[in-house]
Design a protein around this ligand. Structure first.
Ligand code: NVA
Length: 314
């Protein structure tokens, strides 16, 4: 079964620039007034499935869904054995008969797309190997709170950008009209297709996506500096090699000093102090990582309310 009117949030560019702005406005409104949207009143249930470790995502979705009037239902990924015990297509059709929305953290983006194709209810990406779009709504909300209008701001992502966070920053940042720079060793950038996909959005929004191999010039003049672990979930076997490859891209106070003096620092967490980020940067006055972590809940509530509004008005 496929439903054409059901909207999903699988990748950052599933929202148009206007829709992204609408979701960010709603997130700010819900932060100020947490019980204003009740799309799951009843309550309707939301399945949350995690095939990879989680702290912030599980807790922020769980608390957020409850605030939206719903029942957050944790579906244990290992017990469900999606794609192992039964196919993604079959799981999607079963879950879609029980719950109002499916939130899934898994490995392959293609599995998430299959889930969306068969579920008959909105499916939300709670992180895949390729994208982490809910994190980006939280990040953009955080930047807006500290910097105002997003359009025209420069954000530099230092470190391993050939991952979900790098890809999501390219698409979501450019959708917001930002200039997104990634600084990492050659071979560890988002793909050329991802740059092209972001820059095509930039033709409408005025934003842009550029790669740098030298972190200094990449950070120069930035309004926002972002980093992420060098060892994403699933890459643990490469940990030692990555420590060497990424060492020149550590976000130290010397590197941060090249950004604007009022630049803010984001990190989706968990953070590895002394690796991708120095202790004094993470804990320093420019770091807004705890606001960012809080904003997961407000951002995701806005995404869920937006998607449910499309269902309920279809
Ligand atoms: N790139 C990281 C993000 C963690 C929230 C990972 O995939 O492990």
């Amino acid at each position: 079964m496929t439903s054409t009117h059901i909207r999903h949030f699988l990748a950052d560019d599933d929202l148009t620039p206007a829709e992204q702005a609408e979701v960010l406005d709603l997130a700010a409104k819900l932060k100020a007034s947490p019980y204003d949207a009740r799309p799951y009143e009843g309550p309707r249930s939301v399945a949350m499935i995690f095939d990879k470790p989680t702290l912030r995502t599980q807790v922020s979705f769980g608390a957020g869904i409850a605030e939206l009037g719903g029942n957050p239902m944790l579906v244990e990924g290992k017990l469900a054995g999606i794609g192992i015990r039964e196919s993604v297509e079959d799981v999607a059709r079963v879950l879609g008969r029980q719950v109002a929305t499916i939130v899934w953290r898994t490995f392959a983006q293609s599995d998430l797309e299959t889930m969306a194709q068969y579920a008959g209810v909105p499916v939300v990406n709670a992180l895949t190997d390729e994208f982490h779009p809910c994190q980006l709504i939280a990040d953009l909300l955080t930047v807006r709170e500290h910097k105002g209008d997003l359009a025209g701001l420069t954000v530099t992502f230092v470190g391993d950008a050939a991952n979900n966070m790098g890809n999501s920053w390219l698409l979501a940042g450019v959708t917001a009209g930002m200039h997104v720079r990634v600084a990492g060793p050659l071979g560890y950038w988002p793909s050329e297709e991802m740059f092209a996909r972001a820059n095509a959005i930039g033709e409408q929004t005025g934003g842009s996506a550029t790669g740098f191999s030298d972190p200094g010039p990449a950070v120069q003049g930035a309004d926002v500096v972002v980093t992420d672990t060098w060892v994403s979930m699933g890459k643990e076997a490469e940990e030692a090699a990555r420590a060497t490859i990424f060492a020149p891209y550590s976000l130290t106070s010397e590197l941060l000093a090249q950004a604007k003096s009022d630049a803010i620092v984001l990190h989706c967490l968990p953070a590895y102090r002394g690796k991708e980020i120095a202790e004094e940067v993470l804990e320093g006055p420019q770091s807004v990582v705890w606001d960012e972590a809080e904003n997961r809940r407000h951002a995701q509530k806005a995404v869920l309310a937006f998607l449910m509004e499309q269902v309920d008005t279809a």
